[in-house]
Write a protein that binds this ligand. Structure first.
Ligand SMILES: [Zn+2]
Ligand SMILES: [Zn+2]
Length: 341
């Protein structure tokens, strides 16, 4: 008889999550079977419900912040990985290795790219099969539960800050203090930036300071950009808040030649005066991806972990709803039992 597992599936576009009992998948020659310990819940998982993501077919198991241990391997995978090894799987779920992008070494833009939890099954499950060439090694000092959100949330903000062009001592603003922002403040501080947390209201000011912010600015009023200019203007701002209006309002807070990177998703439009772009020579850009093992290693070195709310696999619907309503402090993580401490 086939070994069975519990998993959360999206059966069809827009349909609610279903807890299903499914056969444990079998790895092919270049794949590994992972016993999942923890899987973070990310805004990107909402795409599994929308139904128009390239390559998405139903039913699908969401989840792209996965940490677990290898329990079975194909013969090719066994040359590089070993049974019992703790590994992670992030957003990038596979590439062909043959197309023009892959031949340039740009696997992220592979013409046949697979996305974990969207165009192949993800980690809202007790077991997951993944190609061995997308795995990352999890450092010993990173626990599975808190480590899972580092694979997408942590990696995204780390990569944006690392590529920001800012240097030690530069004024760097982190906009929003949720799942992404509370990691970004810790990383910015540890990269040596003069770190400003920009958050609505006063209730998160103490938290921002505890996480390492040198300054806290309330974005609820009209004065946030001028408050930043009074500190000398931000060399770089990382926007983790999905608020187009706020992005436009804060841009004048950049120093001349400064840059803002947006990592939050919204369907809104950002309105920017030409005079600001040209007069102050500012840059506005988006980003995704990054080097996950570098981000994990940095977080281990600096002792950076997210604050998480833990849910059992069967609690995925509630965890997802709380995440969508921005009620989670600060990342929701599913644990499958037996998680590495
Ligand atoms: Zn994500
Ligand atoms: Zn390719």
């Amino acid at each position: 008889m086939k070994k069975m597992m519990q998993a959360i599936q999206v059966p069809a576009p827009g349909a609610p999550f279903v807890l299903a009992s499914l056969p444990v998948p079998e790895p092919s020659t270049d794949e590994v079977l992972i016993k999942v310990e923890a899987c973070g819940i990310c805004h990107g998982d909402a795409l599994a419900l929308e139904g128009n993501y390239p390559g998405l077919t139903y039913p699908v198991i969401p989840g792209h912040e996965v940490i677990g241990t290898i329990v079975e391997m194909g013969s090719l995978a066994a040359s590089f990985w070993r049974s019992g090894q703790r590994v992670g799987v992030g957003w990038h779920g596979g590439h062909c290795g043959q197309c023009a992008s892959c031949r340039r070494g740009d696997f992220w833009h592979c013409e046949h790219v697979r996305t974990t939890g969207l165009s192949r099954n993800g980690g809202y499950a007790e077991y997951l099969v993944a190609p061995s060439n997308v795995l990352v090694e999890i450092p010993a000092g990173i626990p599975s539960r808190e480590g899972a959100p580092l694979l997408c949330a942590g990696n995204t903000v780390y990569a944006a800050l690392k590529k920001s062009g800012a240097q030690g001592g530069d004024l760097v603003g982190i906009v929003g203090l949720g799942g992404l922002g509370h990691l970004a403040v810790q990383i910015a501080r540890n990269l040596g930036f003069r770190t400003v947390a920009l958050t609505r209201g006063k209730e998160k000011a103490d938290l921002a300071k505890r996480l390492g912010a040198h300054h806290v600015i309330d974005t609820g009023g009209e004065a946030a950009a001028s408050d930043l200019r009074n500190l000398g203007g931000a060399r770089f701002m990382l926007c983790t808040a999905p608020n187009s209006r706020l992005i436009a309002d804060l841009l004048p807070g950049l120093s001349r030649g400064g840059k803002m990177t947006v990592v939050s998703f919204s369907r809104g439009m950002i309105e920017i005066p030409h005079a600001l772009l040209l007069g102050d020579a500012i840059t506005l850009q988006g980003t995704a991806g990054g080097h996950m093992e570098e981000a994990l290693s940095f977080c281990e070195m600096a002792g950076i972990l997210p604050m998480v709310e833990e849910f059992p696999l069967s609690g995925a619907p509630e965890a997802f709803r709380r995440m969508m309503e921005a009620k989670v402090h600060f990342r929701a993580v599913l644990t499958m039992g037996g998680a590495h401490a």
